[in-house]
Design a protein around this ligand. Sequence first.
Ligand code: GLA
Length: 512
Amino acid sequence: MPRSIVFFVVLFVSIGNVCRGAEEPAGQAASNTTDKRVILTPKPAAAPKINGPKVQGCRPGRPFLYRIPCTGNRPIIFGAETLPASMTLDAASGIISGRVPSERGEYAVTLSATNADGSDRRAIKVIVGDTLALTPPMGWNSWYIHYAAVTEANMRNAADVMVSSGMADYGYQYVNIDDCWMKKRGDEPYRDQQKAVLPNAKFPDIKGMVEHIHAKGLRAGLYTSPGPWTCTGYVGSHQHEEIDAKKFAEWGFDFLKYDWCSYGEIAPKPSRDDLQKPYLLMAGILKRSERDIVLNLCQYGMGNVWEWGGEVGGQCWRTTGDLGAEKDTRLPGFYTIALSNARHWKYPKPGQWNDPDYILIGWIGGPSPDQPVHVKLTDDEQYSYMSMWCLMASPLIFSGDMARLDPFTLNVLCNAEVIDVDQDPLGKQARILRQNDDELVLAKPMEDGSVAVGLLNLADSPRAMRVAWSDLELTGKRRVRDLWRQKDLGECSDEFTSDVNRHGVVLVRISP
Ligand code: GLA
């Protein structure tokens, strides 16, 4: 063969390769932790790497608590240049505490972390104003593992594990009790002499529990209903909103999930005004509270809540019914929730997020509290789940068992580059570029001008999937990086194509 032809063929093949990703097969039908699983997230380096959001929203003068999320071998010495004078950093733990400055405005802070293997720096902004949750909240919620059996010990343990497992090093922060911490219907008295709500016997020292969570640099959340009873028949806040919110702040809580439940008895055929009323009331009370308390609306998407959840003072709102109760179709139930939530992509912005419910992977609650079951999702389905939640700028709230976190589950929850998509300060939800029975393509614009694109294969066999620059309103050469594998795939012109596993995802970031 003449040399020029050989050269031409080689060149052609290599250009073709650059813009084609190819997925290695991941475990298809793994149903428990003993099956061989394909871990994509690279191990963190020994040198420090600071993760987490680049912006912190808070109200003037309120208590402030933030544990710098950072991977790398301990001990690490932390620094925070130009930290507002009202805050202090503990250099050994990386916990910043104190008060938000009383003057509104943007405070630029440079975080640093140094260990024997190297150092890292990260510029963040503390934005003092009216907006909380400038990026979607990240954390853990007790519901899908403990249900009504939740105890104070479970909550304390969840906080311990959030740190010891490394989750907190990636930005997981809120440790949230769901339903069933208060007294159950029939178990009187429900309230003390001042009418403040009483925890049940499983929570002997709720203030101590919150202090324990805070001592780790984490934030604490809880749950109640605007109705007289919660969804499982525990005491709600109806007509005690002011006193309950005051108590929650006194205990030190930082997050409130406010679940419609029995409010249907108060407003049986709710108009939009009726739907908004209890949330407006609670949001108003929380705004005046002496703490910053994030308000999570939980009313399952009634009355197109995505159109007004922010206006009534919520930082995030559930857009659907319970993910854990969603029946599987041809695809596992989380896809139905995701596809429904994906439609409302126009609404979110910093401080106002669509919430498609929790991340249910790993071990979740089974027939009894001591018999958890492992979710029956393939590796690929779990990567798809996490990718969609990040592309949709969803709150990242894990609700599986903190006492049984296996390496695969942690690899899904803790990929810093995947989480960066979720936590991007621009705060846009991905728009749907393509959706049919076989394919879903989501594209999320990022603050630095790049675009995160998820190629999701909904079909029952592997397929080649493509995104064209023309779909993204891009032209010219772009760098493409595979986020799960944290690997540059090269420069592409016009398009990127990849093989995608059955129910799998290829998540890339396309940069100028
Ligand atoms: C509702 C909510 C769930 C959970 C339960 C608790 O169903 O949607 O997320 O909080 O109530 O009872």
